[in-house]
Design a binder for this molecule. Sequence first.
Ligand code: CUA
Length: 154
Amino acid sequence: KLEKIWLGLGMGSLVLFLGIIFVSALHNGHEPIASGREFIAPELIDKDEVFSKPGLHKVEGKDWDYELVFVVSAFNYNPGKVEIPKGSKVKIIATSRDVVHGFEIAKTNVNMMVEPGHISTFVKTFNKKGEYLLLCNEYCGIGHADMKSNIKVV
Ligand code: CUA
């Protein structure tokens, strides 16, 4: 008899668990920005609601204040220049149009790979004013050494 109760509890929590996953998946599906997505085909970048608008966007009701969208390609970052208000918590969201590129913000812990077909994210709070160099640290071709962008915390 005790086994039946335990089995019932087990099944009940499984159903609850699946329900939570389902509801959060639905919720993510309605978010305007790519919080829940992992993949984007390079040919869809320009039609995509997120990646067709590279740059810094203020968001409400999330664990971060801004989303910073980057489209990366040989040999540049779009946007090529960003200003971030000091103290902001920023979710960086990036993808590549062509090959694998690096995404390192010098003097910070931001360091990730940006791959075609894939969405890379990194959440970072920018607490120190100054200019930061965003650079590519994966060899990606002849223009690799000049592949840079500028992030300014103001
Ligand atoms: Cu892009 Cu190296």
